[in-house]
Design a protein around this ligand. Structure first.
Ligand code: NAD
Length: 246
């Protein structure tokens, strides 16, 4: 049996880990990428069919090395899930340039670098890219100048990838999660933000990691073979409700 191969970044925990599990359940093999090497090795030993690689997605040479390792190990790459991300919630006047750059380096440069490095292999397989943006990409919020701007750029970069790679049969889409109770969210969401958020979600709950991961998998699968250049908000209806972001 020929397995399909996915690269999933930010795979050591949260949405990336849940996404890894869904790909494995569907008989894919997964290159799990994370800069937290210790946590990555720990979780990967429990999961058959994974290749854990420590890599900071904001570092061009490391990304090239990582993609080369995946390709030389498996001989193909069928999907790239650009999930690694960092959050920082401050207004513009309290966002110093180092913080701005740190957020852009992982959330935006990381998507650019991993996509660029994987494109030759994805052209060969007529594969798929799924980028993880956020509902913070969709509306301005006083706390999210760096995070929201980085994610809005990811939505646009997804469209660029879709039109540039369409001739090669490579699809590119993105998923914008609403709030998910992960370590990333815990680090930036105050109790007030959490309450305001959940009060605004028509489905009356936060997302699980698996809610997001299922949509990511769908977009990488043959079932989405004519879907490209799209952004799907997996947010329980938050965006549709029109309520402002806390
Ligand atoms: P998380 O913090 O639980 O996991 C993120 C993982 O990415 C971590 O394992 C971390 O080590 C890794 N990572 C961070 N920077 C990296 C880098 N430069 N190189 C390699 N690995 C790196 O976060 P999560 O909540 O699972 O978020 C996953 C994605 O979903 C992110 O892009 C995030 O912005 C997005 N998102 C999350 C939420 C939410 O509410 N949790 C909402 C919208 C969007």
């Amino acid at each position: 049996m020929t397995h399909k191969i996915a690269i999933i970044t930010g795979a050591a925990r949260g949405i990336g880990l849940a996404t890894t599990k869904i790909f494995l359940e569907n008989d894919w093999l997964v290159a799990m990428i994370d800069r937290d090497e210790e946590e990555l090795q720990k979780v990967a030993t429990e999961l058959t069919g994974t290749l854990p690689i420590g890599c900071d997605v904001s570092m061009p040479a490391k990304v090239d090395e990582m993609v080369a390792k995946v390709y030389s190990t498996f001989g193909r790459i069928d999907a790239l899930v650009n999930n690694a991300g960092l959050a920082y919630f401050k207004p513009l006047e309290e966002t110093d340039f180092d913080c701005w750059r740190t957020i852009m380096a992982t959330n935006l440069d990381g998507v650019f670098l991993c996509s660029q490095a994987a494109i030759p292999a994805l052209k060969e397989s007529r594969g798929a890219i799924v980028n993880i943006a956020s509902i913070s990409a969709l509306r301005a919020s006083t706390l999210r100048v760096a995070y929201g701007t980085s994610k809005a750029a990811v939505v646009h970069l997804t469209k660029q990838l879709a039109i540039e790679l369409g001739d090669y049969g490579v699809r590119a889409n993105c998923v914008s999660p609403g709030p998910v109770k992960t370590q990333l969210a815990a680090a930036v969401h105050s109790p007030e933000i959490i309450k305001a958020y959940y009060d605004g979600i028509p489905l009356n709950r936060s997302a699980t990691e698996r809610d997001i991961a299922e949509t990511i998998y769908f977009l990488c699968s043959e079932k989405a073979s004519f879907v490209t250049g799209q952004m799907i908000a997996v947010d329980g209806g938050f965006d549709a409700s029109g309520i402002g972001l806390p």
